[in-house]
Unconditional design. Structure first.
Length: 446
């Protein structure tokens, strides 16, 4: 996974110091709430009915055990002992005191984390496939591209105060597990004529006015991605409404002027931009080197130890069948751990659960965890012959839900599954539940 360089570390620590000063001025009355609001929003801090809420970025949903343990510490020290993993692969703390937030941000910076641009009208956390890098249907790991976009968009001077929040998702697989068609911009990695590039979608979204994204550019060379995104956002920033926040998203602009008119303006803007394709390609290659696969062992495709454990423990067998995801490497499985206990809030995890997950990642998944859009946690690299040991760690009661996971530690508390080939997302439209099947049929190009 990506590790901060000196520039990243300096930026995050300087932002903590800056916000500490801003909080101090708010507490002593030098800043009014109206003056403080845009400053706190750019640092992920919301003011809700009873308390502040801090949203922490987990870029493309990837984190390690040290970071997970730090989140557990933050939950215990400055919140109420739990955090809430969100549908956009972030985590929220719902009860911090304002005076404690700078210390929370400093603790995040110690483990290469932050809350920059997790709220406000800016480019938000770039999300991706939680099975990136291990899925067998993957053309290319999308996380290096997601990291490239994260670096480009962080504190971008032109897109810091857009008309509305802006969300980007990227997938590198034939099955869309990143829901790219319900994002402001969706990016699909494609291979055409032997070259890897991108298909760009625009104008998707959920909320009160759900739209499926439309194809903006069917094929884009890798080196042109950042200037093309800049052109797309520049057209939106110029024409997007600012008089009504309910009509300010890019999906409304694309719907009102039409995809053809929007595309024509983007292509004109793109043609006029100066490009640095060689530099962007070099940076992508530098980032991609940090996402090299772990040291997978050479293993048989099937595990005798797994088979024996499944025969002896029906609950374990059900858990593997429901929560296991096929891995590209024989002898491995990606495993989903549910955060949906019956009667509990989806995505909530206690500090104890976070520490158990961190331990599980260290022991069984090359020290890596992923947050999913379904508000669960994935351990992406588990050996089949260690599945029972993992299950026993998560389930020390051998049948009792002592850890508080969703029973029986399935992908959701009702025992239902979200299939690999489709997303089924419920949205609230006029207070009625509407289910959208945004699956990508086999062989169909978006």
């Amino acid at each position: 996974m990506y590790r901060y360089d000196a520039f990243d570390a300096q930026l995050v620590h300087e932002r903590v110091a800056q916000f500490r000063d801003q909080v101090g001025r708010r507490l002593d009355g030098s800043l009014t709430e109206e003056e403080f609001r845009p400053l706190r929003l750019m640092n992920g801090l919301y003011l809700q009915l009873h308390a502040y809420m801090l949203r922490v970025a987990i870029p493309y949903g990837t984190l390690n055990s040290r970071q997970m343990r730090q989140l557990a510490m933050i939950a215990e020290r400055w919140d109420r002992g739990y955090g809430h993993f969100t549908t956009r692969q972030n985590i929220q703390f719902n009860w911090p005191r304002l005076r404690d937030v700078p210390d929370m941000l400093a603790a995040l910076a110690e483990v290469e984390m932050h809350a920059i641009q997790t709220s406000g009208n800016c480019i938000r956390n770039v999300t991706s496939d939680p099975f990136a890098g291990v899925a067998a249907d993957e053309i290319e790991d999308p996380r290096p591209t997601a990291e490239l976009i994260r670096q480009w968009s962080t504190l971008h001077p032109e897109f810091t105060f857009l008309g509305r929040k802006f969300k980007i998702a990227i997938t590198g697989a034939t099955a869309d597990r990143a829901a790219i068609r319900v994002h402001d911009i969706g990016i699909e990695i494609v291979r055409q004529d032997g070259e890897v590039g991108y298909r760009i979608l625009v104008g998707g979204g959920l909320g009160r006015s759900p739209f499926i994204g439309k194809v903006l550019r069917d094929s884009l060379p890798r080196g042109d991605l950042l200037p093309y995104l800049e052109a797309a956002l520049r057209v939106y920033n110029l024409h997007g409404r600012r008089d009504n926040k309910y009509k300010a998203r890019i999906k409304i602009l694309v719907h009102e002027i039409g995809i053809d008119a929007y595309r024509a303006q983007v292509e004109a803007e793109f043609a006029a931009l100066a490009r640095a394709s060689a530099d962007d390609l070099a940076e992508h290659a530098r980032i991609a080197a940090q996402f090299a696969p772990p040291a997978w062992a050479t293993l048989p495709a099937e595990s005798a130890a797994q088979a024996r454990a499944e025969a002896a423990h029906p609950d374990f067998a059900a858990w593997v069948a429901q929560n296991g995801f096929p891995h590209r490497v024989p002898g491995y499985l990606a495993v989903t751990v549910s955060l949906k206990p019956v009667g509990g809030a989806p995505g909530d995890a206690t500090a104890e659960q976070m520490r158990v997950l961190a331990e599980a990642a260290e022991r069984y998944s090359f020290d890596e965890l992923r947050v999913t859009h379904e508000q669960n946690i994935v351990l992406p690299n588990v050996r089949r012959d260690q599945l029972f040991a993992l299950w026993s760690l998560l389930n020390p009661g051998a049948g009792d839900d002592t850890r508080g996971w969703g029973p029986p530690w399935m992908k959701d508390g009702a025992g239902k599954d979200t299939t690999e080939s489709a997303y089924f997302l419920s949205v609230n439209r006029n207070k009625k539940s509407v289910t959208l099947d945004i699956s990508k049929p086999e062989g169909q190009q978006i």
